[in-house]
Structure formats: C-alpha cells, structure tokens
Design a binder for this molecule. Sequence first.
Ligand SMILES: [Fe+2]
Length: 317
Amino acid sequence: MTSLLQFARHRLDDSVRDLLDKEISERVSETRLDSDLDDAILAGIGAYALSRHLPGDVLQSVQVFTAAARHALVLSNLPAQDFPATPVSGFGDEPELAVTNAIHLGLIRLIGATPFAVAYENDGHLIRNVVPNPKACGTTSSWGADSEFFWHSDNPHQPFGRPGSDPRLYTPPYLTFYAVRNEEQVPTEIAALDDVLVRLDPETRQILQTPEFEFGAPDSNDGGATGPLREAAILEPDGTGRHRVRYDRGHTTGVTDRSRAALERWAETLTAIPAAELVLDTGDFMIFDNHRVLHRRKAFTPRPDATARWLRRCYAA
Ligand SMILES: [Fe+2]
C-alpha cells in the first residue's frame, strides 16, 4: 500500500535566500522586536519580503496549503541569521532572533493562519524552543531527548474547535517549526491519519469514534494547569468527509473493554504505517496539520548545550 501523505517540499535558491536575508535584516535592524509583544509587526515584515521574493510556484504552494488540505509542507534554505547558543533552559533573548521570527511568523501569515500560544504551556510564550532541556530528562516532552516520543498529536486533551473560534481553547490545528540547528540529524517523522484509517478494520474504526476514551494532559503542560478530557473519541468526523485525530500513547486510555481492545489494535497498526522521515536542518520551515497528521521523534543523544538540537515551534490556527 502506498502512502496517502500529501506533502509539499520546496528548496529556495541561494540567491532568493540572500535577498530575503538582506531585506528582512535591514527592516528589523531599525527597531527592537519581541516575538511575544510584536508578533504582528514581525509577521508583516516577513510576509512582505517573502511575498515579493518567493518564486511564484512556492508562494502559491504556501498560500493554498490549508485550502488544499495538504498534510504537511517543508520549505528549505530560508535565511539563517547568526544564532546564539542553544537556550537549553527553554528560553532565550527573543529580540535577538528577529530575522528568524519575521520569517517564521511571515510564513504563518502567508499561509493565512494566526499564530497563538496557550497559557498552560511554555509560560505562555508564543514560540517554544524545542531543545534538550536537562530538566525534562526522562519525560516525553518537546524539551526531552532521552525518551522516545511514540506517534501522537499535540495537546489531545483539548476538544476540537470550530472554525472562527478562539484557538487557545482547543487542540492546535497546525504546528509550525523553524529549524535553527540539528547537527544530531534527528528526524521528525510524520504520518497521515488516512494511512492509519485504511489499515484498520471497520469495527475498530467505529469504536475509535465512540466517546469511550480519556486523554490526560501531556508532560509539556504546566503542572495541574489543565485537566483530562473525558468521554471523548480518538477519531472524529471533521464535517468535510475527513477525520481528525487526538492521540498520545502515554496519556490515552480506553474506559471500556471494547475501547481498550480497539486502542491496542490502533497502537499496533501505528507500528507499521508509512511515514516521512524529515531531518530538519538550519533554515528549514515545516508546517503540518495536527488534526490529520501524527508525529514522533526517537530518543537521541544531544550535542553539548551550545550546539544542541534547536527547533522553534509555534502553534497556528
Ligand atoms: Fe509533539
């Protein structure tokens, strides 16, 4: 069976990258821009330069991403500024990363999405530094390294929102990343929900759509800030003929015998689904649909702190 993952990948020419770098660097150097306070201004600077300099086919691919219902998009060879040491404590100087933030938030704007943060995670900051934080040792958090992340969606303990709602109350529709460094060459793997669905028998699919599951808060949530989601389904129809998913192995339980059995078949199916293994490198941007894609990262040994793996993540709706 071939993969149903619909995934667009583009690489910019060096000349386009350098033009973007020059223009965005000039604009952000006139001022001091913080990703939490000035996100709309950073997005405006980035989107202006990107819309002027991205080749037509790349710009179009970015702009139709949500309407085309693609699972994921990767754009490589974006400008890479002089980066500071990896902030392994989790937080660093945001204004110092203005060029990176303008590109990251500019791309989210061109996609037609809105970046957002939630109060119960990452101290409420917009951009999450995905780094090996020594304090997260042994946890399956985006700050972890030594524990494997099994296939999951982010924040499955929140309900699915309706379009036009405040996204902070719901499970994030999109995850976006800008890669600062990944010398360890750790892949981020993504798989389409459709590829799981076609491998499940109809009865299991049906049970996974019943509200016989419970979803606990993931390790990345600030202790006790959010409660579990009870009487919810793993799969829900999204109203457009597709399904959306919530799942995180460590925090998803069945509350009936048949749902526990279905959950086992689901997890078993996940061990053999086709996946794209993406080694994000400096200057790579990725977006994927958190409702229709499962993702995972294997355990890895980080480099010394200053050069340890560092991705920047932002939720978008
Ligand atoms: Fe995740």
